[in-house]
Design a binder for this molecule. Structure first.
Ligand code: NAD
Length: 476
């Protein structure tokens, strides 16, 4: 059994969760210990005890994060295979995600030694003002299942780089990558208590972390409803929190778009990674002049995609992550048809060589933006085509959503692309690119119900993981 990691020790428990491969439910990847409230309390105590020394160890922070990044990169094929087996994205995507995690650790290694502040003359003669950033203390990190290594990396790496300690709770569907990250950081020389791993059900472990008085901030990625509960719990304690949640990302395709670019980028962002990305394009908003050609081309391309085992040869789309998510996807496919949309492609549960949660990518046409399939996050390989008259209507429909994570446009008009970039109500805008697929060194996040708090990733991460101190000094 793979244990939790508390105060520098691997700790097993009476209860374990099997890590099941969604491509083949007969393949059990491992057994992972389930933490309890006492283990969480011990982890928070350890993180608090380790904090004073860790915050003063800049060179050590660089060395450990850099070494961890190097090991992740060196083992990208092996870790990618583990990720593909436990989450179900295809091997190439999984190796890409692991590579990204390695780069994130190396980026934040550099950030540890690049902390700056400001020295400002006071408005009062003879006084100097120093503005510095300080770590917060023990941070609760709570992550979802769909990016099992990249999301933990983009929270844990900056938390540690800026001198905080961490209590980490991964999603219970994907303990393998979480365990591997902690093992790598531990062997890279992380002192006891600096990073603790507590696995298990969110409804039990999550509140135990958030309500612990040692925890000074919580960084969460997951569903909007879970995020709302976390916000309430953190507000009650008066601690800082950062939420990255759902999306219903539009891609606006205009008459003057390059059809190949439009189809390539929407096939990628709507269906790759089985559509299980918060930045997936789930609303394809298409102007009248290109609509029929776009739909025909999409149908033709979808027919060439192979759904199958995530580590299988020639597979483009792996399985849905589990039975519950598959049921949710199928329910929405049903809802869409009942709402009057046309299922123009796919949407059927598939039998493959091994027992798994396979679904053919589903394309709806004749969708209106008030339908549930256009308003609610499905989180599967299901996309809705909404026909609009022109750019103006397309922009309005793009923005008519409670979410605001990523928004894309395909056009050859600089004027329309520029207007869209300025007027899209989203944290990230993509021009002639998939709405999903972002760099690791620039800010990531959204607006409206998609995100709350300061941005993640790149140098902007410093905002969440530190607090600012202003010191006034008079030499006499
Ligand atoms: P989820 O909300 O069910 O779970 C996320 C994490 O929260 C898990 O670790 C879970 O165990 C934990 N959790 C559950 N209940 C909790 C509680 N009461 N208190 C504290 N923690 C609790 O989400 P999921 O199904 O793992 O992930 C899918 C969702 O994540 C989708 O909505 C997707 O859009 C979102 N997501 C967002 C981003 C982003 O950056 N915006 C990125 C990836 C995924």
């Amino acid at each position: 059994m793979n244990g939790n990691f508390v105060a520098g020790e691997w700790v097993t428990s009476q209860q374990a969760t099997p890590n099941i491969n969604p491509s083949n439910t007969n393949d059990i990847i491992g057994e992972y210990a389930v933490a309890d409230e006492k283990m969480v309390a011990d982890a928070c105590d350890a993180a608090a005890a380790a904090f004073p020394k860790w915050r003063a160890s800049i060179q050590q922070r660089f060395d450990i994060l850099d070494a961890a990044g190097n090991e992740i990169l060196a083992r990208r094929e092996e870790l990618g295979r583990l990720l593909a087996r436990e989450e179900g994205k295809i091997l190439a995507e999984a190796i890409g995600e692991v590579t990204r995690a390695g780069h994130i650790f190396k980026f934040f290694a550099g950030e540890a030694v690049r902390m700056t502040g400001d020295m400002i003359d006071s408005v009062r003669p003879g006084i100097e003002v120093a503005v510095t950033r300080e770590p917060l203390g023990p941070i609760g990190v709570i992550t979802p299942w769909n990016f099992p290594i990249a999301i933990p990396a983009w929270k844990i790496a900056p938390a540690l780089a800026y001198g905080n300690t961490v209590v980490f709770k991964p999603a219970d569907l994907v303990p393998g990558c979480a365990w591997a990250i902690v093992d790598i950081l531990h062997r890279a020389g992380l002192p006891s208590g600096v990073l603790n791993l507590v696995m298990g059900r969110g409804s039990r472990i999550g509140p135990a972390i958030i309500e612990n008085s040692h925890i000074k901030a919580v960084s969460f990625t997951g569903g909007t409803a879970t995020g709302a509960g976390i916000a309430a719990a953190c507000s009650k304690r008066g601690i800082k929190y950062q939420l990255e949640m759902g999306g219903k990302n539009p891609c606006l395709i205009l008459d003057d778009a390059d059809l190949k670019i439009a189809v390539d980028s929407t096939i990628n962002s709507a269906f790759f990674s089985t559509g299980q990305r918060c930045t997936a394009s789930s609303r394809l908003i298409v102007t009248e002049g290109i609509h029929d050609r776009f739909v025909e081309e999409m149908q033709a391309r979808l027919a060439t995609l192979k759904v199958g085992d995530a580590v299988g040869e020639g597979v483009h789309i792996g399985p849905v992550v589990d039975e519950r998510q598959l049921r949710q996807d199928m329910d929405y496919i049903d809802i869409g048809q009942k709402e009057g949309a046309t299922l123009a492609f796919g949407g059927a549960r598939l039998e493959c060589a091994t027992p798994g949660f396979y679904l053919s990518p589903a394309l709806f046409t004749g969708v209106t933006n008030d339908m549930r399939i256009a308003r609610e996050e499905i989180f599967g390989p299901v996309a809705a085509v909404i026909k609009v008259k022109d750019f103006e209507e397309g922009l309005a429909v793009s923005n008519d959503t409670p979410f605001g994570l990523s928004a894309g446009i395909c056009t050859s008009s600089l004027r329309d692309a520029t207007r869209f970039r300025r007027e899209a109500k989203a944290g990230m805008v993509m021009v002639n690119l998939p709405t999903a697929g972002v760099d690791y060194h620039v800010p990531f996040g959204g607006v409206k119900e998609s995100s709350y708090g300061s941005r993640e990733q790149g140098r902007y991460a410093v905002e969440f993981y530190t607090t600012v101190k202003t010191a006034y000094m008079f030499g006499g």
